[in-house]
Ligand binder design. Structure first.
Ligand SMILES: O=P(O)(O)OC[C@H]1O[C@H](OP(=O)(O)OP(=O)(O)O)[C@H](O)[C@@H]1O
Ligand SMILES: Nc1ncnc2[nH]cnc12
Length: 236
C-alpha cells in the first residue's frame, strides 16, 4: 500500500466508525469493536487516525456487517413484498461509504466500467465507479437523443411485456471488464439484460452485485450466466 492508499483506508475506517457511532454509545462501540472507548472517541472526532492495521480490521471485519445492518434498517417492504429503497439510493454519501466495503467484501476484478440500469442503480454504480476510479455507464429504457449507435437488449418478461434496454455503443469497448450492479435484484430479468449487453459488447463480466436480493431467483439466474463473483449485501 502506498501512502495515499493508507490514508484512504484510515479515513474509510473513520467513516465506518462514525456511521456506527450514530446509533451507539462509545461504550457500546468499544464492546462491538474491541477497541478502547477513548481511542474511538479520538477517531470519531477526527483528532487521531487509526493505524493501518486497525483501520483494515474496522473496514473488513466490521464494515460489511455494519453496512448490512444499516441497509436492512433503511429498507421498507410493503404488504406485497415490494421494496422501498429510497432511503438508500438517494443517499450518495452512504453509498460512497458502502462502495469500498462492497469492493473489499467480494473478489471482483477491478473493472473498466461499472454498468447498471436506469434509474435506481445509478447512485450505487456511481459510488463504485468513483471508488475504482473507472467509468460508470447505465442502460436506459429509452434511446438517448443524438446518440447514433446503441447496444440493445430485449427480453419478454414473465408478465408478457417486452422490455428493451439501450446503452450507447461507445460506453463499453470489446475486451473491457464490466462490473454489473443494481440496487435490487428480484427476478434477475434486469441483470440478465445487462449481461446480454456485456456479451454483445464482447466484454468480460467482473462480477454481479446488488445491494438487496429480494428472494433467490435473481441471484440464481445471474449465476447461470457467469462464473464471475456474484453477491448481495442483504436479502429480503
Ligand atoms: O430483478 P428484477 O425483477 O429485474 O428487478 C430489479 C430491477 O427493478 C428495479 O428497477 P425498475 O425496473 O423498477 O426501474 P427503476 O430503477 O427506474 O425504478 C430495480 O432498480 C432493478 O433494476
Ligand atoms: N421495488 C421493487 N421491489 C421488489 N421487486 C421489484 N421489482 C422491481 N422493482 C421492485
Amino acid at each position: 500500500m502506498n501512502r495515499a492508499e493508507k490514508a484512504a483506508l484510515q479515513l474509510r475506517a473513520v467513516d465506518v466508525l462514525r456511521m456506527l457511532k450514530e446509533t451507539r454509545t462509545y461504550d457500546e462501540l468499544a464492546a462491538e469493536t474491541g477497541l478502547p472507548a477513548g481511542d474511538l472517541n479520538r477517531y470519531v472526532n477526527g483528532h487521531v487516525l487509526p493505524g493501518t492495521e486497525r483501520a483494515r480490521e474496522v473496514v473488513d471485519e466490521l464494515g460489511r456487517e455494519a453496512l448490512a445492518d444499516e441497509l436492512g434498517a433503511r429498507i421498507r417492504v410493503d404488504d406485497e413484498g415490494y421494496v422501498d429503497n429510497t432511503a438508500t439510493v438517494f443517499d450518495q454519501p452512504f453509498l460512497d461509504l458502502a462502495a469500498p466495503i462492497v469492493a473489499n467484501a467480494y473478489e471482483f476484478d477491478r473493472p473498466d466500467v461499472v454498468l447498471t440500469a436506469a434509474t435506481d442503480g445509478i447512485t450505487l454504480a456511481s459510488a463504485l465507479a468513483s471508488y475504482y476510479g473507472t467509468r460508470c455507464a447505465y442502460a436506459k429504457k429509452t434511446k438517448e437523443t443524438a446518440v447514433e449507435e446503441f447496444i440493445e437488449a430485449r427480453e419478454r418478461l414473465q408478465s408478457g411485456i417486452e422490455l428493451t434496454y439501450y446503452l450507447p455503443a461507445a460506453a463499453i469497448d470489446a475486451g473491457e471488464s464490466v462490473l454489473v450492479v443494481d440496487d435490487l435484484i428480484r427476478s434477475g430479468e434486469t441483470q440478465e439484460l445487462l449481461l446480454d449487453i456485456v456479451e454483445t459488447a464482447d466484454a468480460d463480466v467482473a462480477g454481479v452485485f446488488a445491494l438487496i436480493a429480494a428472494g433467490d431467483d435473481g441471484i440464481e439466474r445471474a449465476r447461470d450466466r457467469t462464473d464471475a463473483p456474484i453477491g448481495s449485501l442483504v436479502s429480503v
